[in-house]
Write a protein that binds this ligand. Structure first.
Ligand code: GDP
Length: 454
């Protein structure tokens, strides 16, 4: 067997509770260390990192493994600080084909861990759980960059049994929310037998095992999903809308099908009508060794899925994180513009005539919030993407039902004039970056209001 030319690179997202080690793990995988401030590592970030199969098998110290795998590598979404990005969509469903759920083994499951698992369940995404920070187990002897078992075998009996107990706690917690799991790599049926892999993102122990297991999952469960057409017009999702010096507004994009070229006309989702524009430049980060201050990126003429790429084009100011990006031709432009418009509207009109008002930072996160609120049977009057504005507050003050004079904001800011306005109204604002906390806070508040009214 060898790499199959018809299959694209699987897209992987890393999810988990804040501080459990997402950034450290991605940095380690990227082979650079943002945490240690290596020059250029932050500035040339484009939201996704490709790890070719050769690098993965070399990391494992066994190049012959290459013949066992048919995908060209792994593409990690590494947009920092956005666990909500894991619910980003492609046309077919979730943008990520695979996921890593990271949990600090010394702290156990936390709200964002559970939230991540529920999202994966909903999208039926195959995933592994990594139990991170094993080096913090008292008495642990680090074994840098080795496979996990090699590290484990070197530890004392006491340390091994401490780790074993902590792993069984993780497995128990997974079981509590409806997943069966097994230690290490005995993964036979995704979402029924979840692999739990102990690692240290700090020392690198176990990371090679994680990469190999992800390749195995891709091979076992995704072959049918990874077919792509290199001759098709490019189709992707916006990860981040960013200002770049000398380039203006750019969009960091994951291309998951087809090819995209400099000069192509694209349609990009926005809050208003979709944007039509022409690609001025396609950019990739320059290798660290070649970085010059004014040239962080190198221009390329075309790229083929799956890949992360920065797009520079006029009029991208209104582009929306999480929205579709499609290459169009004069024949397809109208139909695709309509399609993108309705994809974005879908999320926003799926609401009730009375209910709360919600805001979120991306389409994916808004959709996740809408889903969770619906499960709790909390009615939603209006759901939209963006920071909380003065207009949002004014609209809510007009609502008569006291339980619905509420704005729930997920991963968003409150704009300065809205902050001022809020103080002179009865509108109640809940803001958090954990969906569960938002829902709990709202429910507690309703309960209190009801008690007060009695
Ligand atoms: P994130 O919020 O999930 O992205 O978490 P970070 O990657 O920022 O990690 C939070 C903190 O935990 C940082 O201070 C990291 O240096 C530390 N950390 C992450 N992974 C490990 C690990 O494997 N071992 C140890 N000892 N510290 C870690």
């Amino acid at each position: 067997m060898a790499v199959n030319e018809n299959l694209r690179t699987p897209i992987v997202s890393v999810m988990g509770h804040v501080d459990h080690g997402k950034t450290t793990l991605l940095d380690k995988i990227r082979g650079s260390s943002v945490a240690e401030g290596e020059a250029g590592a932050i500035t040339q970030h484009i939201g996704a990192t490709e790890v070719p199969i050769e690098n993965i098998v070399n990391k494992c110290g066994d190049p012959s493994l290459k013949d066992r795998f048919i995908v060209p590598g792994l593409l990690f979404i590494d947009t920092p600080g956005h666990h909500a990005f894991t619910s980003l969509r492609s046309r077919g469903g979730a943008l990520a084909d695979l996921a890593i759920v990271i949990v600090d083994i010394n702290e156990g499951f936390m709200p964002q861990t559970i939230e991540s698992l529920q999202i994966l369940k909903r999208f039926k995404t195959p995933f592994v759980v990594v139990a991170n920070k094993v080096d913090r187990i008292h008495g642990w002897e680090p074994n840098k960059n080795s496979s996990f078992l090699a590290s484990y075998n070197k530890q004392s009996e006491r340390v091994k049994s401490d780790l074993d107990n902590k792993l069984y706690e993780v497995i128990g917690e997974l079981y509590n929310i409806g997943f069966n799991s097994e230690r290490y790599d005995r993964v036979s049926d995704f979402q029924r037998n979840i692999g739990v892999i102990p690692i240290s993102a700090a020392t690198g122990e176990g990371i090679a095992d994680v990469l190999i297991i992800l390749l195995g999952l891709a091979q076992k469960f995704l072959e049918g999903n990874l077919h792509y057409d290199a001759t098709a017009p490019g189709t992707g999702t916006v990860l981040e809308v960013k200002e770049e010096k000398g380039l203006g507004t750019t969009i960091d994009t994951i291309l998951y099908d087809g090819t995209i070229r400099k000069g192509d006309i694209i349609v990009v989702g926005s809050l208003g009508d979709p944007i039509q524009t022409k690609i001025r430049a396609l950019l990739k980060p320059r290798p660290l060794s070649e970085i010059k201050a004014e040239e962080k990126f190198q221009q390329i003429s075309e790229v083929t899925a799956a890949v992360g790429v920065k797009i520079s084009a006029p009029n991208l100011e209104g582009a929306l994180a999480g929205a579709p990006v499609r290459v169009v031709s004069p024949e397809t432009v109208d139909a695709i513009t309509e399609q993108i418009k309705s994809e974005i509207a879908d999320v926003q009109i799926d609401t009730d005539s009375v209910g709360i008002t919600i805001k979120a930072d991306t389409i994916g996160s808004l959709e996740a919030l809408v889903n969770e609120l619906k499960k709790e049977e909390i009615p939603i009057r209006k759901a939209s993407v963006g920071d909380i504005s003065n207009r949002d507050i004014v609209e809510v003050t007009a609502i008569e039902d006291p339980f619905f004079t509420v704005i729930v904001g997920f991963n968003v800011k409150i704009l300065p004039d809205a902050k001022e306005k809020l103080q002179s109204t009865d509108v109640t604002l809940f803001k958090n970056d954990v969906i569960y906390r938002l829902i709990d806070d709202y429910k507690d508040w309703v309960k209190k209001q009801k008690e007060l009214a009695e």
